[in-house]
Ligand binder design. Structure first.
Ligand code: UT7
Length: 323
C-alpha cells in the first residue's frame, strides 16, 4: 500500500519578536493575563513588506534541504493560508515561482486554523491517487496584518510564521506500523461562522477586514471537538491514545491544548508546545510545531503523531501519522 511519508520539515519565523509586555503600553492588558489565559509569552511579527509567500518560500527551502531535494523533485505544492499576498493568484504559485519550480501544480487551501490539517489530508489524497509522488505542504500566515489593535481580546493572541513539510509516496505494509499518514478526519459546521471571522472581503466590503472572535465560545467548541476528531482519526488508524508518542496540536491556547490532551488521556509530557513562543499562527502553527519538535529532538523517526486543529468556519480535523 502507498503511504504519504514525511521526508523533510522546515520553518521560518520573522525576525521581530514581540513580548507580551509591549501590549501593556497601548492596551488595558498585562503580561500576566496573557500568560495565564493563553500561555502565550511572545510572538513574531512580519516586517513591513514581508509577505506570506516570502515566509513560505523560506520554510520550503529548509524542508527541501532536510530532504536533500531540489524544487524540481516536487510534483505539487499545497499552501494552507488565510492571509495570502494577493486575492489571486494563489500563494502556492508564488512559492512555486520563488523556488524556481517550472513544472507540477500549486494551489492554496483556506480552512483558517485547521488549514494545515486540511492541506495534509488533500496532499495525502493526491499521493494515494497517484497524481503526485512528492508534495510540499506549507502552512504560512501573516495574521498581524488582520488584527484590530484596539481589541485586547484578539490582538495579543496571534503571530506570524511558516512551516513546510514534504510528503513522498512510499510503499507500506498497510498497517499501523507504516511510516506516513495513517488516517485523517475533517469536519466543518458553517452555522458557527460568526464565532470567528474577518469582517471584510472581496465580494462583500472590498476591504481586507480585521479578525473578530467570540473567544469564550470558540474555546468551548475547541475542547469538545478536538478530542473527538483526534479520537476518530486514531480509531481509523487502528491505534489508541496510549500508542501516541506526540500530540502536535494547533497552538491557539495552552489551556485548550492541555484540556484536549487530558480528555484524550495523554500526559502533557507527550504534547509539543510552542504557543508560548509563537502565539497563534493559524495554519502555520502545526508545521511550525512539527519543525520545532524535530529540531528539539522530541519527535523521532517512527514516532506516532496526532495533529489536531480547529478554527474559523468552524472547521476542524485531525491527522494521524508515523514520523
Ligand atoms: O485559532 C483559532 C481558534 N481560536 C481559539 O482557539 C481561541 C479560543 N479562545 C481563547 O483562547 C480564550 O477564550 C481567550 C484567550 C481568547 C480568552 O480567554 P478566556 O478565559 O475565555 O477569557 P474571556 O474571553 O472569558 O474574558 C475574561 C475577561 C473579560 O473581562 P470581563 O468581561 O470578565 O470583565 C475580558 O474582557 O478578560 C478580559 N480580557 C482581557 N483582560 C486583559 C480579554 N482580553 C484581555 C486581555 N487582557 N488581553
Amino acid at each position: 500500500m502507498i503511504r504519504a511519508v514525511p521526508i523533510g520539515i522546515g520553518h521560518y519565523l520573522p525576525a521581530r519578536v514581540v513580548e507580551n509586555a509591549e501590549f501593556e503600553k497601548t492596551l488595558a492588558t498585562t503580561d500576566e493575563w496573557i500568560r495565564d489565559r493563553s500561555g502565550i509569552e511572545r510572538r513574531h511579527f512580519a516586517a513591513e513588506g514581508e509577505t506570506t509567500s516570502q515566509m513560505a518560500i523560506a520554510a520550503a527551502r529548509a524542508a527541501l534541504d532536510m530532504a536533500g531535494l531540489a524544487a524540481s523533485d516536487i510534483d505539487a505544492i499545497v499552501v494552507a493560508t488565510s492571509t495570502p499576498d494577493l486575492t489571486f493568484p494563489s500563494c502556492a504559485t508564488m512559492v512555486q515561482a520563488g523556488l524556481g519550480m517550472e513544472r507540477g501544480f500549486a494551489f492554496d487551501i483556506q480552512a483558517v486554523c485547521a488549514g494545515f490539517v486540511y492541506a495534509l489530508t488533500t496532499a495525502n489524497a493526491l499521493i494515494l491517487s497517484g497524481q503526485a509522488r512528492r508534495v510540499l505542504v506549507i502552512g504560512a500566515e501573516t495574521f498581524s496584518k488582520i488584527m484590530d489593535w484596539t481589541d485586547r481580546g484578539t490582538c495579543v493572541l496571534f503571530g506570524d510564521g511558516a512551516g513546510a513539510l514534504i510528503l513522498e509516496a512510499q510503499d507500506g505494509a498497510g498497517d499501523a506500523s507504516d511510516r506516513g499518514i495513517l488516517a485523517t478526519d475533517l469536519n466543518s459546521d458553517g452555522r458557527y461562522r460568526d464565532l470567528l471571522y474577518v469582517d471584510g472581503g472581496v465580494s462583500s466590503s472590498q476591504t481586507t477586514g480585521v479578525l473578530r472572535m467570540e473567544g469564550r465560545e470558540v474555546f468551548r467548541h475547541a475542547v469538545e471537538k478536538l478530542a473527538q476528531t483526534a479520537h476518530t482519526a486514531l480509531a481509523r488508524a487502528g491505534v489508541g491514545a496510549d500508542d501516541v508518542d506526540w500530540i502536535v496540536p494547533h497552538q491557539a491556547n495552552m489551556r485548550i491544548i492541555a484540556r484536549t490532551a487530558q480528555k484524550m488521556g495523554v500526559g502533557l509530557d507527550r504534547v509539543i508546545m510552542t504557543v508560548q513562543d509563537h502565539g497563534n499562527t493559524s495554519a502555520a502553527s502545526i508545521p511550525l510545531a512539527l519543525s520545532v519538535g524535530v529540531a528539539r529532538g522530541q519527535i523521532k523517526t517512527g514516532d506516532l503523531l496526532v495533529c489536531e486543529a480547529i478554527g474559523g468556519g468552524l472547521a476542524w480535523g485531525a491527522v494521524v501519522m508515523r514520523w
